[in-house]
Design a protein around this ligand. Structure first.
Ligand SMILES: Nc1ncnc2c1ncn2[C@@H]1O[C@H](COP(=O)(O)OP(=O)(O)O)[C@@H](O)[C@H]1O
Ligand SMILES: [Mg+2]
Length: 308
């Protein structure tokens, strides 16, 4: 069943200038994208910095205004709802942010950080609340006495676990994970990723997983969409995107993944050169006169590519 459907979503930010601060132009951060998430799957949004991934995620939880298009969650168009009308849906959709340092209030104890969303929805006694929070701390692998500590007393990886515990207390159906491990040491990245996968099984969560690291996305996602300048240039299963990329931008992205294995490094260098040449020669085939990617066209049951 489809849980979330994004239809021709546009998020444009006005650029103001001149003496009267009038709108002189727009940043087309998201410029007409369509994709959907089935219940229980992990869908990746991948692309270089500035391609519009976070703006897409934030639009779903109403941290950004939508310029046009629809955001259908269980069939209900969230883009038309006011902040107040969103309340019942905010419970179902939680967001985890990239930076575990700035996303937790440094002046609050862990117990208050994790309980905050819960307190907006339920009236619980202190005892009940404590029990719930201890349970979630346990689930994310933190000791019960973490409750009364402050964020600065934890490492980056532990802070990200606190953010995850906070997102879980309302039993969301959808979690938007915006580069949840990008700010963490490589040594703890895998740990947090595996842990997100365990939670998915236990709570039947659907993930919109945002990232710029293709190896992380491949490890996590069933399907993925590749974003470039506010547009989707390709969508498919993780294997399709990796083994059989069709759009020149996807090919470049994959060719750019560093190869740590010395034996295949030379092959990779050849691939990179070939893709660069192809890019120089055929770029205009993949973009219109304004440099904008075309709409996605189906090339198989699951694979879509932006072609004229
Ligand atoms: N609130 C905002 N006001 C103006 N421009 C913004 C705002 N948020 C994002 N942008 C711009 O929109 C584009 C996409 O940003 P973002 O969605 O953060 O990209 P990504 O997450 O893929 O790195 C960038 O050019 C960014 O500068
Ligand atoms: Mg981002």
């Amino acid at each position: 069943m489809v849980l979330l459907k994004i239809e021709d979503l546009k998020v444009h930010f006005p650029i103001r200038g001149g003496f009267f601060r009038t709108v002189v132009d727009y940043v087309r951060a998201v410029d007409g994208i369509t994709f959907e998430l089935s219940e229980g799957e992990t869908y990746g949004l991948v692309g270089e910095s500035g391609s519009g991934k976070s703006t897409t995620g934030k639009a779903v939880v109403k941290l950004n205004d939508v310029t046009s298009g629809r955001i259908l969650f269980e069939g209900q168009d969230l883009s038309k709802l006011s902040f107040g009308q969103m309340k019942p849906y905010r419970k179902d959709i939680q967001m985890i942010f990239q930076d575990p340092y700035s996303s937790l209030n440094p002046k609050k104890r862990v117990v208050d950080i994790i309980a905050e969303p819960l307190r907006n929805y339920e009236r619980l006694s202190v005892g009940e609340e404590k029990k719930i929070i201890q349970n979630y701390l346990d689930k994310v692998g933190l000791s019960p006495d973490s409750m009364y500590k402050y964020p600065h007393e934890f490492s980056g990886g532990q802070r990200q676990r606190i953010g995850i515990a906070r997102a879980l207390t309302l039993k969301p159906k959808l979690i938007i994970a915006d580069e949840p491990v990008s700010a963490l040491d490589v040594s703890v990245q895998a740990q947090v990723l595996n842990f997100l996968q365990d939670l998915q099984k236990e709570f039947k969560i659907t993930y919109l997983f945002i990232g710029h690291d293709l190896s992380v996305i491949r490890h996590m996602c069933d399907r993925m969409g590749v974003m470039y300048r506010g547009r989707l240039v390709e969508e498919g299963t993780s294997d399709e995107i990796y083994e059989n990329p069709q759009h020149i931008y996807t090919k470049r992205l994959i060719a750019a993944i560093p190869d740590l294995n010395p034996e295949s490094r030379e092959k990779k260098t050849h691939l990179r050169k070939r893709v660069e040449n192809e890019y120089k020669q055929y770029r205009s085939k993949y973009f219109d006169d304004k440099g904008r990617a075309y709409d996605l066209k189906l090339i198989s049951d699951t694979h879509r590519v932006a072609l004229p």
